[in-house]
Structures are given as C-alpha cells and as structure tokens.
Design a protein around this ligand. Structure first.
Ligand SMILES: *Cc1c(COP(=O)(O)O)cnc(C)c1O
Length: 397
C-alpha cells in the first residue's frame, strides 16, 4: 500500500532507536499505584513512581472523587474561559494560592503545560531574556523554545555563570529577564540554590520562576515547596507545582500575584485552547491538600524513609550522586550495565528504572529510585538486599 511505503521511515527510525538502546517499552501496572505494586505480572517494591505521600490510592481521595462525579458529572466539556470553570476549580485555586503563600493561583491540565504556558506568555519579545539551568525539566526547555525571547542556559547550579549572564550586555539591554529553575531536580534529586538565585535576581532586576514538581508535598512546611523551605516565598514571583506527583491526581498550577493570574487567563494558550479538568480530579486535589495540612506525619515518614534508604545504599558502596531529597540516583556509569541492573532487580522483585544517555549525561547512566511515605521498613530492607545482590553480581560494588 502507498501509505505503508510513505510511513516506512518509522521502521527505520525504530531500528535506529533500538540499536541505540533508546526504544521505550511500556510496562503495565496491574491494580493501583502502591508502594508495593504488581507490574507486568510481578509483585515488586515500587521505587519508580512519584507517589511521595502514598495518596494515589487513598480512600479519602477516592471518596471525594466519587462524590464529585455524583454531584457534577464526569467532565466539563469546555475550556476554562468558555464554560469549563466550575466553582470547584475556583476553590482549588484559592486553596493552592493560600497553601503557597501567594495571592492567586491558576490550574492547568498538567505541570508540562503550565511550564510551557508561563515561558511562552511571559517571554514574548526578542528583547526578553529567559535564563535557564541546564538540567531543567523538558517542559521548560520546550517552553523556552516556544517563547519569542532570547535564551541563555547556565551550567547546573553554577551561580558564577548565572551572574556572568546577568552582567552581560545582552542581559543589560533586555526588556524583561526571567530566571527559571527546577526547585528539586528530577534526575539527581538535588535542590536549587534559591537564596543565591533570589539575591542575583534582585540585584540584576530579574524575576524568578521555580518549578516545584518534585518539591510540592516534599519540601517546606506541609510540603509547600522550596521557596517556603528557604523562607523566600515573598521573593519568588512565580511558583509552579504539579498535581500529578505527591498530590496523586493529575494537573499543574502556577501561584503568584493576582495580575499574573489575570494575565495568564487571557494569554496562556494551553489554558485557553485545551479543556479543563473533570470535577473528580479537582475534588481529589482538594482532598489531598486537606491531608497534607492535617497529616504532616506523612512527610516526616517520607523523609525518614528517604534517609534510611539513601544511607543503606551508601553503606553498600553505591554512588548516590548529589541527592538531597527522596529522589536517589544510583550511578552505574554504563548504559548496558544500568539497563541490566534494572532488569535483574525487577526479576528479584524490585522496580527501579534505568535512566540513560541522552536523558542524563554520558557516563552518568543510573537507576533512579524514589521512596514513598508508604514503604515499610521491610520493603526498604528487601530492596537494599536486592541492590546488594545484583550490585555484586554485576560488579558495581
Ligand atoms: C513531572 C515534572 C513536570 C511535569 O508535570 P506533569 O504534571 O506530570 O505534567 C514538570 N516539571 C518537573 C520538574 C517534573 O519533574
């Protein structure tokens, strides 16, 4: 068939991806997202999800979702600016603004779209300058590509380089300057130097956007995020969060000034042209915020689990990189070995994903582990024992 011939390039591209070890395969979760889950028919200690506070299958959140379906239906059938804004959406935005210590918040379909939208809507002219950490999330990179602004990328957390950019003639002549950073970096689990970034931003007249996808529910009081953790809430103009990780549902939001919200409602393309969340999702998120405020012991447990697991890995002789959070990489170095390590661990009943070049730098191929507040001591001990076994088998330790 003609069509098949025209699409023949797909097979060539797939063969290329395969030869580079980059062809993805979807693993399938049987049942709910749990600290110990069934994946592809095997019970595994789950060290892969972002279910930090073990809320994804929480009875209270499920009850809130069911109740919202009964009262408001299954969908909004509209974009937010037309008739896709229910009172629930407004209530969630009020609660998120309060939670983040800001005047206003706006909910988007995902963390990905809110990052794209903010970069695109705030950086609209070639005389604007978007300044970004080299390890920022893909959605910030794509947002920067869609923005009309000039872009400068600084080496990871390198404050001297950031300062040099801010002092450059390009920055001095810029109409607007925005510094964008992840709060917690998703591959290494390290934390952005926000106090230094805020100081430089003040000094050189830039505003700051922090993507707290991996910090919301994890860092700061009750999981308010990295600006709260550093006591910088009033000095960070734009706080991005996700509802898809610790909160356990799906979605993203931006918190900041009322003007920021007003402006984005009229200009943010994903907000204007893509439909809004079903009421069940919004009700789930509201219930999650209640739990984060009422049950700080979940965050304490998350951190004690993270500390115990990290220390266990270090004691075994693994290289856990620069991690300071519940995201702990186990650096293996070589792509084939990292993939083999992950496959062997899976056979042994532990699921830790391998993350390889080009997602991480060459020679930094790794397994990425993320613990949850729901893991028991026995789960983590089992995982450590299997890391020891496979680590010895493959000559990593
Ligand atoms: C996961 C992630 C996102 C995207 O969030 P979603 O809600 O899953 O779209 C954005 N930024 C960072 C740093 C992330 O880790």
């Amino acid at each position: 068939m003609v069509t098949d011939k025209l699409m023949g390039f797909l097979d060539e591209e797939i063969a290329k991806l395969k030869s580079e070890g980059r062809l993805a395969r979807l693993r399938v979760l049987q049942g709910a997202q749990e600290p110990v889950s069934t994946v592809d028919g095997r019970r595994v200690v789950n060290l892969t999800s972002n279910n930090y506070l073990d809320l994804a299958n929480h009875p209270g959140l499920k009850a809130a979702a069911k109740d919202a379906i009964e009262r408001f239906g299954v969908g909004t059938a509209a974009v937010r600016p037309i008739i896709g804004t229910m009172e629930l959406h407004q209530e969630l935005e009020r609660r998120l603004a309060e939670f983040k210590g800001c005047s206003a918040a706006l909910v988007f379909q995902s963390g990905f779209t809110v990052n794209v939208a903010c970069c695109q809507s705030l950086m609209t002219d070639a005389s604007d300058l978007l300044i970004s950490d080299e390890l920022n999330h893909a959605s910030i990179i794509d947002g920067a590509r869609l923005a009309k602004a000039a872009r400068q990328v600084y080496p990871h957390k390198d404050m001297k380089a950031l300062r040099a950019i801010l002092e450059s003639s390009a920055a001095r002549g810029a109409r607007r300057k925005m510094i964008v950073t992840d709060g917690v970096f998703s591959m290494d689990g390290d934390v952005a130097p926000l106090p230094e970034i805020a100081d430089l931003a003040d000094r050189y007249g830039a505003f700051v956007m922090v993507d707290d996808a991996h910090a919301s529910g994890v860092m700061g009081r009750n999981g308010r995020g990295t600006p709260d953790h550093f006591g910088l809430t009033k000095r960070i103009q734009i706080q991005i969060g996700t509802l898809s990780k610790a909160v356990g549902a799906v979605g993203g939001y931006v918190a900041g000034s009322a003007s920021l919200r007003d402006y984005l409602i009229s200009t943010a393309r994903p907000f204007i042209f893509s439909s809004s969340h079903p009421p069940s999702v919004i009700a789930t998120c509201l219930a999650a915020i209640d739990i984060m405020l009422k049950e700080p012991q979940r965050i304490e447990k998350l951190w004690s689990n993270a500390r115990a697991f990290k220390e266990g890995l270090k004691k075994l002789g693994f290289d856990t990189g620069a991690s300071e959070t519940p995201i702990t990489p186990v650096i293996i170095g070589d792509t084939a070995k990292a993939q083999a390590f992950s496959a062997r661990l899976f056979e042994e009943g532990v699921f830790a994903l391998s993350i390889c070049y080009p997602i991480v730098a060459r020679g930094k191929d790794r397994l990425r582990t993320i613990v949850s507040s729901g893991h028991t001591q026995a789960d983590l001990e089992l995982a450590l024992e299997k890391f020891r076994k496979v680590g010895k088998e493959l000559g990593v330790i």
